[in-house]
Design a protein around this ligand. Structure first.
Ligand code: SF4
Length: 268
């Protein structure tokens, strides 16, 4: 009876599944989760999002080419083509003028070119790219896109591309939260546990890699269940307290966040 009621509540707020990034939002700040996952308040696209989305598409398409054609020149061409595909959608009004767009493009290509300092794509044949990972985990449906998975001599490795720079050391482990969820989804779907998780930061550039095992993924499954229970409780009582921290400076919702309205004495 209780679960029916909770299901109805979840349906009413439209929460049918959870993505790794939304799960991370709730961990970081329940109010942020409410703004993004429950209220679905859109945020204006940024030049950083445009760079990340375009770089992801270019890197996905790079592996459609024969190995010997995966060169810096071809990757730059793929970035330009990907931008022409993506720009008319959510990024149509991103730049004030052609000069600003051109400066962004030049900087983006320089960052993307760093990719070749991190690995040699002629030596890699991914098992999957941009894989839709919708999967049931206990009572939850987890939904997300896994950037890349490949077979290596040591086993399955999953990779996430980041167009920004690597976090400071104290935040490095928490940066793997989303990839651990993907590793859990891979284990459920494939019946195999990945052996390593890789975060590939193009600005820097830096690769962070950690080993992963069944014990860590069992712990992640329990953590996800606890997180889902906490989300359901928050929905039931409509309570999503803001949790301020250093990352508030990068939060798109700071202008409407009650925590900051209180600080300034202004309205929301
Ligand atoms: S500004 Fe900070 S406290 Fe407010 S929603 Fe964003 S992350 Fe949470």
């Amino acid at each position: 009876m209780t679960s029916d009621t909770q299901e109805n509540r979840n349906d009413r707020v439209g929460l049918r599944s959870l993505s790794p990034s939304r799960a991370s939002d709730f961990k970081r700040c329940p109010q942020l989760f409410k703004f993004s996952a429950i209220d679905r308040i859109p945020t204006p696209p940024t030049v950083y999002q445009a760079r990340g989305t375009t770089a992801h598409l270019a890197l996905e398409r790079l592996f459609e080419l024969p190995a010997e054609e995966r060169t810096p020149e071809r990757l730059s061409d793929l970035f330009r083509a990907a931008w022409q595909d993506l720009k008319p959608g959510e990024f149509a009004d991103l730049f004030d003028d052609v000069a600003a767009e051109r400066a962004w493009g030049i900087e983006s290509l320089a960052i993307l070119n760093n990719y070749f300092a991190l690995e040699d794509p002629t030596q890699i044949e991914p098992l999957s790219r941009e894989l839709d990972m919708t999967q049931t985990v206990g009572d939850m449906t987890i939904r997300g896109i896994l950037d890349r998975m490949e077979e290596t001599p040591k086993g399955l490795v999953i990779t996430d591309y980041k167009s920004g720079k690597a976090p400071q050391e104290r935040f490095a482990m928490s940066a793997f939260f989303g990839l651990k969820i993907y590793a859990l989804l891979v284990r459920i779907r494939e019946g195999r546990t990945p052996v390593a998780l890789r975060l590939m930061y193009l600005t820097g550039p830096t690769v962070l890699e950690i080993p992963v095992d069944d014990g860590q993924l069992d712990a992640m499954e329990r953590q996800l269940e606890a997180l889902w229970n906490a989300i359901e409780k928050a929905i039931a009582v409509d309570r999503f307290p803001p949790r301020t921290g250093v990352l508030c400076d990068w939060c798109s919702y700071q202008d409407i966040c009650p925590a900051f309205a209180d600080d300034t004495g202004g309205g929301v």
